[in-house]
Design a protein around this ligand. Structure first.
Ligand SMILES: [Zn+2]
Ligand SMILES: [Zn+2]
Length: 242
């Protein structure tokens, strides 16, 4: 019988940042791609902070320019990975208020260009647009307790597809609450390094593990929705179903 690592050999980081688009990040998109590639990952989803979060994108630029900045970072990482067979996918970490954030997968540049002002919408409307476009929302670190987060505001599972039940820089207690929350509401679990630095210690310890490689946001969403994948928790692959 195959063990989980053999069953799900393709590892993807689902939550990481680069300094082109996240003010809190230290490494370039290419440096991040290289770090995950060296650690044996098949790919990564670049999830930079969107405009209401800790974005490094100049907010005074016209909408199209701002959206292109996000895509430029993704394309730089993707191009770095191309000849190595390392798959980089586009994503965002959207702050919708009160320190609460959702990881957004399966969207692309045309979606962003069509939806000017997207970052200002209430979560309900943001989620509606993302879902209509075939995207997927996993709440980032749902129970993280920090000064910048309003703990009185609870996660809203009705707008989510998944929840990040293992975030490397969360406490064990915070992650446990997230796992309970996901289970209670039938949300798909994700695991993320929330890494901001190519030398960071989460690399190799977090993410999801897939049966077959994915190369587009749509394929990633399909793989997640199938429930047939593994969660990487401290480097160990744990099957999501069964
Ligand atoms: Zn950050
Ligand atoms: Zn993050």
């Amino acid at each position: 019988m195959k063990n989980s690592s053999e069953l799900y050999p393709y590892r993807y980081e689902t939550h990481c940042h680069c300094c082109w688009c996240s003010a809190c990040a230290r490494s370039s998109p290419q440096e991040m791609a290289e770090a995950y590639w060296r650690a044996g990952y098949a790919g990564m989803v670049l999830t930079d902070h969107f405009l209401r979060g800790n974005s490094a994108v100049d907010r005074t630029l016209p909408w199209e320019e701002k959206m292109r900045r996000y895509y430029d970072a993704y394309e730089a990482a993707r191009d770095w990975g191309k000849e190595k067979g390392f798959h980089v996918l586009f994503g965002l970490e959207h702050h919708y208020g009160d320190g609460k954030e959702v990881l957004t997968y399966g969207i692309d540049l045309p979606f962003l260009l069509e939806n000017q002002g997207l970052h200002l919408l209430p979560l309900e409307e943001y989620a509606g647009l993302v879902h209509r476009a075939g995207g997927f929302l996993s709440m980032a670190h749902p129970f993280r307790d920090r000064d910048y987060i309003n703990m009185a505001v609870k996660p809203q599972p009705e707008y989510l597809d998944g929840a990040e039940i293992f975030n490397f820089y969360n406490t064990e207690e915070e992650n446990k609450k997230a796992a309970k929350f996901a289970k209670k509401h039938g949300l798909l679990p994700t695991s993320g390094g929330d890494e901001h630095f190519a030398g960071g210690s989460s690399i190799g310890r977090t993410g999801i593990a897939l049966r077959t490689p994915v190369d587009t946001g749509k394929e990633l969403v399909e793989a997640l929705k199938s429930g047939d994948y593994g969660l990487i928790v401290n480097g160990e692959v744990i099957p999501v179903s069964g």
